[in-house]
Design a protein around this ligand. Structure first.
Ligand code: SF4
Length: 232
């Protein structure tokens, strides 16, 4: 596992729980709005946190924690993700959440079938016809992303799908297409984009609240539980 960041206590990474969040190195997408460019491009790769260090911390603090969130980068690219999740489950008993871009359905399927996670959050970057543009890969075929959506929808665990809204990329038409694609999923969050100065591309902007609220209205035709995040 190439773990290059650990947020020891997070109140926002696992719904209603206190989590320790782990950040894994590297990603197979290159979203212009990404706030973790150092993880995507590997600028942090001089300092890795060992599995032993992580487990030691979790075991010492598990009375104060409910959960572990494995995030990225894209965690499903890590060759030893599955044995790592098993270790966390067996040795700490904490809840586990996985954040993913959904590009590796075969890994998600194995993790789900082994019962290794309690919650999964998958990004829906945009509607299928606009996927390649928003992930920075010309001509990308989102078939793997669509397969992951189906796996997650049909799983027995809690989940959410989420989209970071970027003014330059998201339109009413995209929302209509996403609503049709997802159908009535358990939870879909539209998140506000933040320009923190560390994004892969400069000059992008958030979707204004009134437009984001209109997007919710469009999606409500397809999804009951759709809401905004970080728009207050
Ligand atoms: S936003 Fe997520 S999927 Fe996109 S490049 Fe960044 S880490 Fe990868």
């Amino acid at each position: 596992m190439n773990i290059c960041g650990m947020e020891k206590y997070s109140m926002v990474d696992y719904p209603d729980r206190i989590a320790c969040t782990l950040f894994t190195l590297s990603c197979n997408f290159c979203c212009p709005f990404c706030q973790n460019s150092s993880l995507v491009f590997g600028a942090n790769n001089n300092h890795f946190i060992s599995i032993e260090e992580v487990l030691d911390y979790l075991n010492k603090r598990k009375k104060m924690l409910d959960a572990v969130c494995v995030s990225g980068g894209e965690p499903t690219l890590q060759a030893d993700l599955i044995p790592f999740l098993k270790k966390i489950k067996d040795e700490t008993g904490l809840l586990i959440k996985l954040d993913t871009n959904g590009s590796r359905p075969e890994v998600i399927e194995e993790i789900l079938s082994l019962g290794l996670i309690d919650f999964i959050a998958m990004d829906i970057k945009n509607s299928p016809s606009s996927y390649g543009e928003i992930i920075g890969i010309d001509g990308y075929d989102p078939k793997d992303v669509i397969k992951s959506i189906e796996l997650i929808k049909n799983s027995a665990i809690d989940y959410e799908f989420r989209t970071t809204l970027v003014k330059e990329f998201h339109s009413d038409e995209n929302m209509e297409e996403i609503g049709k694609l997802l159908g009535n999923v358990k939870a879909y969050k539209l998140q506000k984009f933040e320009d923190r100065g560390s994004n892969i591309k400069e000059g992008l902007s958030p979707v204004p609240k009134k437009d984001a609220e209109r997007f919710v209205g469009i999606l409500k035709k397809y999804i009951e539980n759709v809401s905004l995040r970080n728009y207050d």
